[in-house]
Design a protein around this ligand. Structure first.
Ligand code: ATP
Length: 968
């Protein structure tokens, strides 16, 4: 890249050319200094030495003066003078300085003194960051923790932007001109001051050597670093320098300062325009170019304080929040600086409850400080937000020169109410009409939770305000809820929609601010009822998720102590089973641990799905559950990355041992190889579920051969080899008496019918799930025996090839299966199974690849009418077959008659506008329905009109809905 030297430097070199050619000695010392500071490259060096050797020193110096130096970075001139001084040619440097002085009449001595004074001031005073300015003892080393920022450069009035790095700050942008007035805008705590501080500090560190490739801060002779308030009551920049940047015994007069500032290439940095913009005459003149027009001025401000001065700026930048990479860099630098492991900080970035905060550098720094200082704080989100809120409040008090109580009373309370109202309408941006009602609104904004936004419409600018983070709206809302009176609060809670709706606001500050536990109990009962906390929850499956019933867990996670009355209410409403899913938040898990401290008799069984996350927090969570007396950690789901991890998990959690978890689900998909050490389960292993089992995992089965299994499940099982088959035969024979549940299923056309003879021997078999394909007559006879024994309560059959004999065995069997409550059929044509209507099912699924044409729907509608106790229904429609609307309507009518239905799941339902009314009627009549899912509406026959009719259903109180629709 070609650079252009400052004109006055070029002039000075031209004027002194013959002097320099005859006086300069290209000594090794000088050349070494020049290359050390980056003024010349190795190539230049060689060239100069060649010229000197083949011609004369004068010729080499001339080459340097005309071809090299003028094309280097602007600061190269000063570096050249420094190199002269340091290589015993100071007299030449002095001559040049004097000559420069002739050009611009400044006192070289004053400039040097001033520069040294400022450099050492910045180097020492700006070396650390103090995130909480009133707590001077908390500081971080700037160079160690600083994360390089990106800036959005506004490229036109419409708001188009381009990303540039900090190195490009002073590079000419739209025109060739070096920008003279620069503006950086950004939200509170986003890092504006830190950018200014870094620039001044960098400059203080003398030259940049070769590092800065462009017009960097080192190209300025002087950097003057101010807070906007420094100009108040100062008549000139020189006065402000004298008062705020120099020691009082420095003895440089303001007129000397004025001379230097005028003569030199100066950068004036002014931070926080928003904090001191009123009546700041000198600063205004500086911005307007009424004074020091040719000097570079960089101003920072929160957004939209300079609205009427925007045209004066050549470059306008915006700093935005950290992206993921910058967040990671921030926490890593922080940890390295504090000399501690970065893992806990990195996992903090993933914690859902605080993830929102992490994009703001101030909040992220506070989170790091809080996490390091007090691990307790991690335990409740309320405590964490309260700490941050306290810091923001103190910062506001300092900025606004008020005492904290005044900030709370006159600014924060109105803000809490304001947030509550915004939250109710699900807004983070508020318009003029909303804030006109609030007294002192401008000051309320300055606290730091709201930022000023101006939407430029061509006709008229519109003023709007935005909350910096959505989670803060929730926190502030909770503060308001805590201040409501009791009746108002209960009334508000009663009208909330709980299902499929995260009332996070409830999860914050409210409880700790209550003294009356009667009210707390009342509220908890309401939440238990509305979120179906006490209902039976279905065991975890791969696609199950954290739902509204966990709301209570998240609420108690926020309590420091659970009062006895509240504990009573929770014990009375205990659910028969609790699931902790992979997607549960840290707050669900903390709530669960609080629940462990209550006394449940008998203990509540719990399933925990850990999947592939082995972070410290989850590991210790499981350890605590295992030890807990009130909870029986029944089943654990793990997805080990390899055999070593599997071995570690089984050992660490003592899987299968008497006093630990005895049911396990292992996802074997990633496990390769065999552990070197012996692999074994404890002697009490009662349930083993293996997903993605392959013959290479047979050592896991081996370890279960002699355990008292009640349940063995091989799901998504690969083709078995002879060794595995005989191992399973042996296992089934060993456990013939104890096994109550077996599953051998595979989506890949596998046939496991050869185990049916073993199953037929099991007297206590209650649940059978199997994939069949091409069964032999003998196998069919075994199946018939199992069905007719009438012991099964659950049956799943998945067959690619329903031979006539399988249909007839099933259809016949249904006549005598009065114990069957759960039936799942895959790839079936239901018209061959009319005897279904003799069953008394609670849970029925017609799964994928089933044939569901108009005839099938007629049979299904018919059988549904006879299942009076049905609670759970899943229908996977056939996406290759279109069905008549009247058939669908009949089906919906039949479902509408299943009054006990709680969960309804449709897959691939073609929901056209015309069937929407009957879907609505169906759901309307299902009073007990609490979950309705309809996935993948492939056809585009649902219009916005139809969707509008569905809306009241989707939003029905107490109904958890999940609809995946495509609108036309
Ligand atoms: N680039 C960065 N690298 C590391 N930490 C940063 C960075 N920027 C900001 N921080 C952290 O965030 C805190 C707040 O940043 P800063 O004071 O610069 O924000 P601001 O935009 O000036 O805010 P306000 O408008 O409230 O004055 C700093 O004290 C520092 O701890």
């Amino acid at each position: 890249m070609e650079f252009k030297m400052e004109d006055r430097h070029t002039e000075c070199l031209v004027k002194n050319r013959s002097f320099l050619c005859s006086k300069i000695s290209l000594s090794t010392g000088l050349l070494a200094k020049l290359s050390e500071s980056g003024v010349i490259t190795d190539e230049h060096l060689q060239k100069l030495q060649n010229i000197e050797r083949n011609d004369t020193t004068k010729a080499a110096v001339l080459e340097f003066l005309t071809e090299v130096l003028p094309r280097r970075a602007p600061e190269a001139f000063n570096l050249f003078l420094e190199a002269l001084c340091e290589s015993a040619q100071k007299h030449i440097a002095d001559h040049l300085k004097k000559s420069l002085g002739d050009v611009c009449s400044e006192d070289a001595g004053t400039f040097e003194r001033l520069r040294e004074e400022l450099r050492s001031h910045y180097e020492r005073r700006l070396a650390s960051i103090r995130p909480m300015p009133w707590q001077q003892d908390i500081y971080l080393n700037l160079t160690d923790v600083f994360v390089e920022r990106q800036l959005n450069l506004k490229t036109n009035y419409k708001g188009d932007e381009r990303i540039v790095t900090m190195d490009d700050l002073f590079t000419p942008q739209q025109t060739e001109e070096i920008p003279r007035r620069l503006l950086i805008e950004g939200n509170p705590g986003i890092g504006k001051s830190t950018i200014c501080q870094t620039l001044a500090h960098e400059w203080g560190k003398q030259s940049c050597g070769r590092h800065c490739g462009t017009l960097c801060v080192h190209s300025f002779d002087l950097v003057l670093y101010f807070h906007a308030g420094d100009f108040i009551a100062e008549e000139s920049v020189a006065h402000a320098v004298q008062k705020h940047l120099l020691p009082s015994d420095c003895r440089i007069t303001t007129s000397e300062l004025q001379g230097v500032i005028e003569a030199k290439n100066v950068l004036i940095i002014v931070d926080a325009f928003d904090e001191a913009n009123a009546g700041n005459r000198t600063l205004d003149r500086l911005i307007e170019g009424d004074i020091l027009r040719h000097k570079t001025l960089l101003i920072t401000s929160r957004p939209n304080f300079l609205q009427n001065k925007l045209s004066l700026f050549d470059s306008k930048f915006k700093v935005e929040g950290y992206d993921k990479e910058e967040q990671l860099k921030h926490v890593k630098r922080y940890a390295a600086h504090q000399n501690i492991a970065s893992a806990p900080f990195e996992s903090m970035l993933k914690e859902r409850s605080i993830r929102d905060l992490c994009s703001n550098p101030l909040n992220l720094t506070l989170l790091c400080l809080l996490r390091e200082e007090d691990t307790q704080l991690r335990n409740t989100r309320t405590a964490l937000y309260t700490s941050i809120h306290r810091i923001i409040k103190e910062k506001a008090a300092k900025r606004l020169k008020l005492i904290e109580a005044e900030v709370e009373e006159s600014l924060l309370r109105p803000l809490y109410r304001f947030a509550f109202e915004a939250h109710r309408e699900n807004k983070t941006v508020v318009g003029e009409n909303d804030f006109k009602k609030v007294k002192n609104f401008q000051q309320v904004c300055e606290v730091g939770y709201l930022t000023n936004e101006v939407i430029i419409s061509r006709l008229q600018p519109e003023k709007r305000f935005q909350f910096t983070h959505k989670t803060f709206v929730e926190f502030l809302t909770a503060k308001h809820i805590a201040e409501m009176d009791r009746e108002e609060r209960l009334n508000w809670m009663q009208h909330l929609r709980y299902a499929n709706y995260h009332i996070r606001i409830g999860g914050l500050a409210i409880y700790d601010d209550f003294n009356e536990s009667a009210e707390l109990t009342e509220m908890a009962s309401l939440v238990i009822k509305e979120t179906h906390f006490s209902y039976e929850h279905y065991p975890i499956s791969l696609d199950s998720s954290c739902e509204a019933s966990h709301q209570l867990l998240r609420l108690i996670a926020e309590l420091n102590v659970v009062p006895p009355e509240l504990a009573d209410v929770i014990c009375k409403g205990r659910p028969p089973l609790i699931n902790i899913h992979y997607y549960c938040s840290a707050s669900c898990r903390r709530g669960m641990l609080k629940l462990c401290n209550l006394r449940f008799q008998p203990p509540i069984p719990m399933n925990v799905d850990l999947r592939d996350s082995r972070d410290e927090e989850r590991m210790s969570f499981v350890q605590k559950l295992i030890k807990c007396k009130s909870i029986e950690c029944a089943k654990i789901w793990i997805v080990p990355d390899d055999h070593t991890e599997l071995w570690n998990d089984v050992r660490e959690w003592r899987i299968g041992q008497a006093n630990s978890v005895q049911q396990v689900s292992i996802h074997c998909g990633y496990i390769r190889g065999i552990p070197c050490e012996e692999f074994s389960f404890g002697n009490h292993l009662s349930e083993l579920q293996l997903i993605g089992f392959q013959p290479s995992h047979s050592y896991v089965l081996e370890a279960a051969l002699h355990k008292p299994l009640t349940s063995l499940q091989l799901i998504d099982c690969d083709e078995l080899d002879d060794g595995c088959i005989s191992q399973i035969h042996q296992l089934l024979r060993n456990q013939r008496q104890s096994l109550q549940r077996v599953q051998l299923t595979s989506p890949w056309h596998q046939h496991f019918g050869f185990f049916l003879a073993d199953f037929a021997q099991m007297e206590n078999l209650q649940s059978l799930e199997i994939s069949l394909n091409d069964s032999t007559d003998e196998e069919m006879r075994s199946l018939e025996a199992i069905l007719k024994r009438n012991k099964l309560s659950k049956l799943t059959i998945d067959s690619r090839d329903y031979s006539g004999s399988l249909y007839s065995v099933l259809n016949e069997g249904f006549n005598s299966m009065s114990s069957l409550r759960e039936l799942h059929l895959e790839c079936v044509d239901i018209i061959h199974l009319p005897n279904l209507r003799h069953l008394d099912l609670i849970n029925f699924s017609l799964l994928r690849y089933s044939i569901l044409n108009d005839d099938g729907i007629a049979v299904l509608s018919d059988v549904l009418r006879s299942w009076r106790n049905l609670q759970h229904l899943r229908i996977d429609f056939d996406y290759d077959v279109s069905v008549a609307e009247c058939s669908l309507r009949k089906l919906f009518e039949a479902i509408a008659g299943c009054h006990r239905l709680q969960i309804l799941h449709f897959q691939w339902l073609e929901m056209a506008d015309s069937v929407v009314p009957s879907v609505c009627e169906m759901i309307e009549s299902l009073k007990q329905l609490r979950k309705f899912t309809s996935i993948w509406q492939r056809d585009e026959s649902l219009t916005e009109e139809g969707f509008k009719q569905l809306e009241p259903i989707i939003k029905r109180n107490g109904l958890n809905t999940c609809m995946d629709l495509t609108l036309m």
